[in-house]
Design a protein around this ligand. Structure first.
Ligand code: SIN
Length: 307
């Protein structure tokens, strides 16, 4: 299926914009937009609509400076300022662009240029914050290739799709529950699993890290769809529920969310600009490329308090 929009101007920058769904529950490719060349409001509306409809879209063959990625993300929504160091996150940003995080395994002059362990576990970005990001852009500068095959895919699942597939009894049981989303839980879990590669939180960082809860069943702020808002990386416990029962229920739902039929897999190419709805998805990176170079820049927009 192809959804097409003809933009009125400028003709050179925006030809026929086409949205081609991936065929999976989520994901689509948009062609006909060269972000760096500029595009009009009609094309922007097409992109926003496609992201909301398909939760994840890719624009291939882009050539973006950090300023251009930042400006594009700003048109999707107000860009989230650089996170304060007090949240305990290990942040490495593009020089002069604190809003753009570097996701990379590259080490230059003995120093990592970016965060190398993002996406080890299924997660929705910044869900441990009061106002988690709504849209995220991730731009691929260097993608590892071995024997002609691109590596380091990212998998995404549809959280409204996972909610819709639950039976009525489960929906009723989880309807009013709230879940503690915790950065401390995340760091401790990575350590427990033996995959923590950044420094563990200091006692002071632990004391300064605010733990908060969000609804387990969240309503999307724009589409109004209900969705499952828990993930294996950050979701610690259900508020007010005995620990064992809470763990059992969360684990059961976490297995459900990552079913293949709710999933799509993004095969990266350098020049890909990926945009996702961070409320309607969660994602997992694939670490199959060893020391082959991989570098992406990410930027997110401010979202509302989850309800
Ligand atoms: C992330 O989890 O935010 C990064 C995903 C990736 O590196 O593929």
């Amino acid at each position: 299926m192809i959804e097409a929009t003809r933009s009125e101007q400028p003709a050179a920058a925006t030809e026929l914009v086409q949205v081609t769904p991936s065929g999976d529950m989520l994901g689509a490719e948009i062609t006909g937009i060269d972000v760096a060349a500029g595009f009009d409001e009609t094309a922007l509306m097409t992109v926003r609509d496609a992201v909301l409809r398909h939760s994840l879209v890719v624009l291939r063959d882009q050539n973006l400076s950090p300023a251009e990625q930042l400006a594009f993300t700003n048109r999707m929504g107000e860009v989230r300022p650089a996170p304060p160091p007090a949240d305990g996150a290990h942040i490495t940003s593009v020089p002069d662009y604190p809003q753009l995080l570097v996701v990379s395994n590259i080490v230059e002059d003995g120093r990592p240029v970016g965060i190398s362990d993002a996406g080890l576990l299924w997660h929705s970005d910044t869900c441990f914050q009061a106002k988690p990001e709504l849209f995220v852009t991730l731009y691929a500068l260097e993608i590892p290739v071995r024997d002609g095959v691109a590596l380091g895919d990212t998998r995404y699942v549809s959280t409204p799709g996972a909610y819709d597939a639950l039976d009525a009894k489960t929906k009723e049981r989880i309807d009013k529950l709230r879940v503690v989303q915790s950065y401390i839980y995340h760091m401790d879990k990575l350590e427990r699993l033996g995959i923590l590669t950044r420094s563990q939180l200091t006692e002071e960082q632990r004391r300064n890290t605010v733990e908060l809860s969000h609804p387990l069943v969240r309503t999307h702020p724009i589409t109004g769809r209900k969705l499952l808002y828990i993930n294996e990386a950050f979701s610690d416990r259900i508020e007010g529920m005995p620990e064992e029962e809470s763990r059992e229920l969360l684990d059961e739902l976490l297995v459900h969310i990552t079913r293949e039929d709710f999933m799509t897999r993004h095969h990266w190419q350098a020049g890909d600009l990926l945009i996702w709805d961070n409320c309607a998805t969660q994602h997992l990176a694939t670490f199959d490329y060893g020391t082959l170079r991989r570098r992406l820049h990410r930027c997110g927009t401010v979202g509302p308090i989850p309800v």
